[in-house]
Every structure is written in structure tokens, then in C-alpha cells.
Design a protein. Structure first.
Length: 192
């Protein structure tokens, strides 16, 4: 069991270094990332995303892992500032931010604790600052009866990641090369 946790932790840290929160691994990547200002429409979109623990809601997401397949239902409950994420027998709560063991448990399911908040913000920010970035593309979609506003940043003309916000600023749909996360149920509750 200890060896399995070590392997999962190593995988989580490696995946986290690459793209879980949108940051670049140490040493960079084949595509350079600058710290230039974001295009104003994308900056405005990302400003609408609320920090984890800021909005009161209960949601169930379907997480579909593209590499290796598999689906998991994930329940998120927020009563600001507290939040919990439950997937199968794994429950992670905050604040504070989960430790690396908790993140490893979630990463085995294809997500990290910030998958509906800061994670997509960071990923889109990094995408927009890559040397191969095109102009942001905006759209709308309905998922689980909720109207979502979406943004994507093409890389060399190809969209590999789309992230969509609920009217309350919670990510309700994220689709990238590794995983698709989409709302199945969503209810706004008392909170901030």
C-alpha cells in the first residue's frame, strides 16, 4: 500500500507540474510561455471565475479520463469558506488546501482539488501566454440545464482545452486532452 501511495504521489506531482493548475514544469516546455498581459476579453472572462470556497453550491460532475478511460462521479459541496470534494471513497476538504496525499488520491481519478476554480484559470492563462497562442474563442453551451459561458485559446490553430463558467463563476465544464469534466447536477445554495 505504501508503494502504491508513493507511485500515486509521484504521478500527481508530475501531472501537477505539467498542467493540473496550468503552470509550466521546471525547465519550461517546447513552447515558450511569457508573462505578457492577457487579451482583455479573456482577462474579463477569467475575472468572473470565483475562488474555491467563495460560492455556495452543491454539484455532481462526471469526470471522464481520456487516457486509459474510466468515469467517476464527483460531488462538490461548498458552504463558504468550507468546501468538500467526494469521489467514491475519497473525500477531501478545505480550507486549508489539501496536502499532497489528498491531491494524489484525486489525481488518480483525473482531477485536482482546484478543478472547478483556480485550475482552469491557470490553464487558460498559460495557454494565452504561449508563443503559439491564437486569439481567444468564446462560446456558450448548456450542461445539466445550466447556461455556461466558455473560453478556449487555440494553439497553432487547434483548440485543445475549453473551460466554461456557470453564472456564479464556478467551472461547470472543462475539456482538455487528458480529461472532460462536466456538470450532471448543480444547485446554488446559501453562501456569499
Amino acid at each position: 500500500m505504501r508503494r502504491l501511495l508513493t507511485v500515486l504521489l509521484a504521478a500527481a506531482l508530475a501531472a501537477g507540474a505539467c498542467s493540473s493548475d496550468g503552470t509550466e514544469p521546471e525547465g519550461g516546455s517546447a513552447t515558450s510561455v511569457s508573462d505578457t498581459a492577457l487579451p482583455p476579453p479573456l482577462a474579463d472572462f477569467l475575472e468572473r471565475a470565483k475562488p474555491q470556497g467563495d460560492v455556495g453550491f452543491v454539484a455532481t460532475y462526471r469526470v471522464t479520463r481520456k487516457a486509459g478511460g474510466g468515469e467517476t462521479e464527483v460531488r462538490v459541496e461548498q458552504l463558504p469558506p468550507r468546501w468538500s470534494i467526494t469521489a467514491g471513497e475519497t473525500t477531501v476538504t478545505g480550507p486549508p488546501t489539501p496536502d499532497s496525499t489528498d491531491e494524489a488520491k484525486l489525481s488518480a481519478l483525473g482531477i485536482f482539488s482546484t478543478f472547478y476554480a483556480a485550475g482552469p484559470v491557470s490553464a487558460l492563462t498559460v495557454d494565452a501566454r504561449r508563443s503559439t497562442a491564437g486569439a481567444p474563442v468564446f462560446s456558450e453551451m448548456t450542461v445539466a440545464g445550466v447556461e455556461l459561458a466558455c473560453a478556449a485559446v487555440p494553439q497553432a490553430g487547434v483548440v485543445s482545452q475549453t473551460a466554461c463558467l456557470t453564472p456564479e463563476g464556478v467551472f461547470g465544464y472543462v475539456d482538455n486532452t487528458a480529461v472532460r469534466i462536466e456538470l450532471l447536477r448543480y444547485e446554488v445554495t446559501a453562501g456569499r
